[in-house]
Design a protein around this ligand. Structure first.
Ligand code: FES
Length: 411
C-alpha cells in the first residue's frame, strides 16, 4: 500500500498522454488518497431532484466511509445530512429510497425533522439540549433539477456551474419529470476506468451494437474546442437548436471538470431506441422537437448525462473499493407520461441497459489486465481518446497538487 510520497512520485512519473500506472488503478493507498483528495472534497452528483418528488421523500448514498441521507422537506427544499444518529451513531436510514414525515432512528427512536432538527429523544435527563444534537449537514445544491452534494467543510466554488446549468437544462423540464426506472450495477473495476471508458467512443463500434444505431462513434462529433469551434455538422445543429430556444453551444469549466454541449444523434435519430424513434410520446419540458439530439453533461469525478427530446438519462458513479465501482442509471420522463400508454419501459431502457452491461464487461476485463504484473501503461490515441486524456490530466493535476509534500513549518 503506497504512502503519500510514493503516490506523489507515481503521479509525477506518468508519461504524458499515457494510461496510469498499475498502482494508480489498483493500490489501496491510492484508493484511500482518491477518497480523501477527490471524493471527500469535490461536488458529487447525487440524483435528479425528481428522485425526491414530494415532501418526506428521502434517499441514501454511500461515499467511501460516509453514509449520507438526502431529504425533501415540507418547504420543498432538498437537504443532505450525514446519515448517522447523534445518539450513539446508528445509521439512521438503511433503505436506498423511501418516504417518511420524520427520520426515526431504528435503535432508540430518536426522531429528526426532515430539516435535520432533533425533534424527540425519549427519557433524556435534565440539561440535555436537543438543539445541540441535530443531524450534521452535508452541503447540497439543486442545479436545475440535478442534486449535488459535497462532504468538505468548505466546498469548492460552484457558482459558474450554478449559473450555467439551469439555463441549459430548463427546456428539458426536469422540474416536471418523474423517474421511470433506475438501475444500479457494480462494475469490478477502479472508478477511473469507469470514467475513462465513458470518455471515449474508440470502443463503441466493437462493444455497443445497440448504442451505435443512434450515437455516432466518430470522434469528430464530440471534438469541440469552443462555442464556435466544432465540425460543420455540430455548428449547424447548434444553430437550429438555438433558433428553437435550446441552449446548445459547448461550454465548460476552465479546468474541464465539467462540460455541456448538445450533439445530434446519428441519421436524425430521435432517441436512444433500437428503431431510432422517440421512446416516449410526450416530450420533456419545452423540447420543441424530438430530433434535438442529446445534451451532454459530465462533471468529474462522478457523472455523465444525456438529455434528449423525449427523456433524460442520468448516471452516477460511486467508488466501493480500489477495484469495485457502483453505477446508478436513472431514466426520467415527463411526469404525465403513462407507462404502457406513452412509453414502453423495455423500449425506453433497453439500449442503455445493454450499453451499461457491455461497459461493465469492458471495464472488468480492463481491470483484470491491469492487475497483471505484465501490465505497462500504453499510449492513448490523441485522435480518438482526447476525452480520456483530458480526464486523466484533470485527475493527475488535482492529485499532484493536493498530494505534494508540504513545506516544513519554521520552528
Ligand atoms: Fe439512534 Fe440511539 S443510536 S437513537
Amino acid at each position: 500500500m503506497l504512502n503519500s510520497a510514493e503516490i506523489h512520485s507515481e503521479l509525477l512519473a506518468r508519461r504524458k498522454d499515457y494510461a496510469l500506472s498499475h498502482a494508480l488503478y489498483c493500490d489501496d493507498g491510492v484508493y484511500a488518497a482518491d477518497l480523501e483528495q477527490i471524493w471527500y472534497r469535490e461536488w458529487l452528483f447525487a440524483a435528479p431532484a425528481a428522485s425526491l418528488p414530494k415532501a418526506g421523500a428521502f434517499m441514501t448514498m454511500q461515499v467511501g466511509a460516509y453514509p449520507v441521507v438526502i431529504t425533501r422537506g415540507n418547504d420543498g427544499m432538498i437537504r443532505a445530512f450525514h446519515n448517522v444518529c447523534r445518539h450513539r451513531g446508528q445509521r439512521l436510514c438503511a433503505k436506498e429510497t423511501g418516504s417518511s414525515p420524520k427520520l426515526v432512528c431504528p435503535y432508540h427512536q430518536w426522531t429528526y425533522d426532515l430539516d435535520g432538527k432533533l425533534q424527540y429523544a425519549r427519557d433524556m435527563q435534565e440539561g440535555f439540549n436537543p438543539a445541540e444534537h441535530g443531524l450534521k449537514k452535508v452541503h447540497c445544491v439543486d442545479l436545475g433539477g440535478m442534486v449535488f452534494i459535497c462532504l468538505a467543510q468548505v466546498p469548492p466554488p460552484i457558482a459558474e456551474l450554478a449559473k450555467t446549468m439551469p439555463g441549459f437544462l430548463a427546456p428539458s423540464g426536469l422540474k416536471d419529470a418523474k423517474v421511470a426506472f433506475s438501475s444500479t450495477i457494480v462494475e469490478n473495476g477502479n472508478w477511473k476506468l469507469v470514467i475513462e471508458n465513458n470518455r471515449e467512443c474508440y470502443h463503441c463500434g466493437g462493444s455497443h451494437p445497440s448504442l451505435c444505431r443512434t450515437f455516432s462513434d466518430n470522434p469528430k462529433i464530440a471534438a469541440m474546442n469552443g462555442p464556435n469551434e466544432a465540425s460543420g455538422e455540430i455548428l449547424a445543429h447548434w444553430t437550429r437548436c438555438e433558433a428553437a430556444g435550446l441552449p446548445s453551444r459547448f461550454t465548460h469549466d476552465k479546468a474541464m471538470q465539467w462540460r455541456l454541449a448538445r450533439v445530434p444523434l446519428l441519421n436524425n435519430a430521435e432517441s436512444y431506441t433500437m428503431d431510432t424513434k422517440a421512446a416516449v410520446a410526450k416530450r420533456m419540458g419545452a423540447m420543441p422537437f424530438n430530433d434535438a439530439g442529446t445534451l451532454l453533461f459530465y462533471h468529474y469525478p462522478n457523472t455523465w448525462n444525456h438529455f434528449l427530446g423525449d427523456h433524460a438519462i442520468t448516471f452516477r458513479v460511486l467508488p466501493i473499493s480500489a477495484t469495485e465501482t457502483q453505477v446508478t442509471t436513472t431514466w426520467l420522463v415527463h411526469k404525465d407520461a403513462v407507462e404502457g400508454v406513452d412509453y414502453d419501459l423495455n423500449r425506453l431502457t433497453e439500449v442503455w441497459m445493454h450499453t451499461n452491461d457491455e461497459d461493465r464487461l469492458v471495464v472488468e476485463e480492463n481491470q483484470k489486465g491491469i492487475l497483471s504484473p505484465a501490465y505497462e501503461p500504453g499510449p492513448y490515441s490523441t485522435f480518438q481518446e482526447e476525452g480520456v486524456i483530458q480526464f486523466i490530466d484533470w485527475y493527475c493535476n488535482v492529485m499532484t497538487e493536493r498530494m505534494a509534500p508540504k513545506p516544513a513549518l519554521a520552528a
